[in-house]
Design a protein. Structure first.
Length: 193
């Protein structure tokens, strides 16, 4: 596979990462951390989770460990510890850690060929390539960027891939209420047939 192919995947990953980061910007500490789903999904927890994932996949999997060590990936960490942030942990430090993890991952991506071998012990086929890991992390980051988009919309109505691409703000509240009512009416109609 070509460098152009690798760059395209990397560009998509970069866009998704940036979307996740801006979703926590401009929010109160409470709104950045509070659980917004039954399972506790929260914006800052997504940043933490993605930090752990990228540090592992683009670090340890290719024998390029990220430093400093992130304790949330240890075997003795409680289930779900990587998905929320205690009050004692500084939000800005967590975002800076994610940016440092991204820089480390970008070095791995830039320095290795797509067919470079790596190892992910818990995968059914643990012997992997940079290409496989890049596609996996792109998929996971995009998925979580979508989660973050919905969570942010619940908090303050802001949506989109980045702060200057707010596709929902071109309509007023009345337009959105009417639009949502049409969707609700169609759902109710379909349910009654």
């Amino acid at each position: 596979m070509s460098e152009e192919h690798k760059q395209r995947l990397h560009d998509y990953l970069t866009t998704s990462r940036e979307a996740v980061i801006w979703k926590v910007e401009g929010l109160s500490e409470y709104d950045a951390r509070r659980p917004l789903t039954r399972t506790g999904t929260n914006l800052l927890g997504l940043v933490r989770h993605l930090s752990v994932g990228e540090a592992w996949y683009f670090g340890r999997a290719f024998d390029r460990p990220f430093e400093p060590h992130l304790p949330w990936w240890d075997d003795d960490a409680a289930d779900g510890d990587d998905l929320w942030v205690p009050a004692s942990e500084d939000r800005q430090n967590l975002v800076e850690t994610y940016r440092a993890v991204i820089a480390h991952a970008d070095e791995t991506i830039s320095s290795l060929d797509l067919d470079a071998p790596g190892r992910v012990p818990w995968w059914p086929r643990p012997d992997v390539t940079l290409h496989a890991v890049l596609v996996h992390v792109l998929s996971e980051t995009s998925r979580h960027a979508g989660h973050a988009d919905i969570l942010r919309e619940q908090v303050d109505g802001r949506t989109g891939m980045r702060a200057d691409h707010l596709n929902q703000e071109r309509h007023d509240d009345r337009w959105w209420a009417d639009y949502r009512s049409r969707i609700e009416a169609a759902a109710r109609s379909a349910a009654s047939t």
